[in-house]
Design a protein around this ligand. Structure first.
Ligand code: G1P
Length: 312
């Protein structure tokens, strides 16, 4: 769905619209993240029959832990998991494992305790909301409305694993702190893949940060306004929530986040960031295997052996 761009120029935190009106931009610090984890993971059956797909490990860390680590690196302090039935082990995972930790302490297993530490989220900093029906990503985010309130928030889709020197979400936050408004992580995809992603219609582009003038969810290659696709990292202001509340169905009969975001264009600054890093789509088998290799090659304890194995 396209929306007529109402040009927004940012100048020393003052937004100047093309009708001449001005608004002072308030950039609230980003502290909240929503992680949709209600998906059934059918592409990984039977592995995901009795285990959430977000608990699949890349080397020795579950996908959900990568997402939480990245969020923390970006300054996030409060987390909201959008879960579903059969996903309670994700909540257990972030709890204190009292017996395990006591045993490890008694046995002086400091390395194991250190490995465990990031998997505990401070009491009160994690909440879970159930998405009762699989009505799409937009519906999942709408389920977090009480958590979000009027605050800006990040969304991390744990299927997308990004390997980078600076955490991908941190890169988005740095851009958000300059531009305010909505910032999404984007990457170029082959034209024949546009029907898998949210695709940008682009305005001003400095090669890194690109103005978003329209958005369309999963367009056919011949209808795609560009080949710049959104990956699973977003920084959004609460302005998107009233649009989500309408629960309008879009592509695939689902409530699409992309459609609700498109309606904020012209009302809040909206940018795409070509992040630095490599993205792995761990929602499909090949992407997941590639992530295993890429992440293990970099590990001091495994890298040489993995490289030798691949060479043979
Ligand atoms: C979702 C979004 C899509 C985005 C993608 C990134 O699609 O709807 O706009 O490009 O995530 O991974 P899904 O992968 O849930 O089909």
């Amino acid at each position: 769905m396209f929306h007529a761009p109402r040009t927004v120029v940012t100048c020393s935190n003052v937004l100047i619209f093309n009708d001449g009106s001005k608004v002072t931009l308030v950039i609230k610090p980003l502290r909240k993240a929503v992680l949709p984890v209600a998906g059934l993971g059918t592409r990984f059956l039977p592995a995901t029959k009795a285990m959430p797909k977000e608990m699949l490990t890349v080397v020795d860390k579950p996908l959900i832990q990568y997402a939480i680590d990245e969020a923390r690196a970006a300054g996030i302090e409060e987390f909201c998991l959008i879960t579903g039935r059969g996903k309670d082990s994700l909540i257990d995972y972030f709890d204190v494992a009292f017996e395990l930790e006591t045993t490890l302490r008694e046995r002086n297993k400091q390395d194991a305790l250190d490995a465990l530490a990031p998997s505990t989220i401070e009491a009160g900093a994690l909440i879970a909301v159930r998405q009762q029906e699989p009505l799409g990503l937009g519906h999942a985010i709408w389920c977090a409305r009480s958590f979000i309130g009027d605050d800006p928030f990040a969304i991390l889709l744990p299927d997308d694993l990004v390997k980078s020197d600076v955490a991908c979400l941190k890169q988005l936050v740095e851009t958000y702190n300059q531009t305010g408004g909505n910032v999404v992580a984007v990457t170029e995809v082959p034209r024949e893949h546009t029907s898998r992603y949210g695709i940008l219609k682009t305005g001003k582009d400095d090669g890194r940060v690109v103005e978003v003038t329209g958005l369309v969810e999963k367009p056919k290659p011949e209808e795609a306004p560009s080949n710049l696709s959104i990956i699973g990292r977003y920084v959004l202001t609460a302005d998107v929530m009233p649009h989500l509340s309408k629960l309008e169905r879009g592509a695939g009969g689902e409530v699409q986040l992309t459609d609700a975001m498109a309606k904020t264009i012209g009302h809040v600054p909206f940018h795409g960031l070509r992040y630095e890093g490599q993205r792995f789509d761990c929602g499909n088998k090949l992407g997941y295997l590639e992530a295993q290799i890429a992440m293990s090659i970099d590990r001091p304890d495994l890298g040489d052996s993995v490289r030798a194995f691949l060479k043979n």
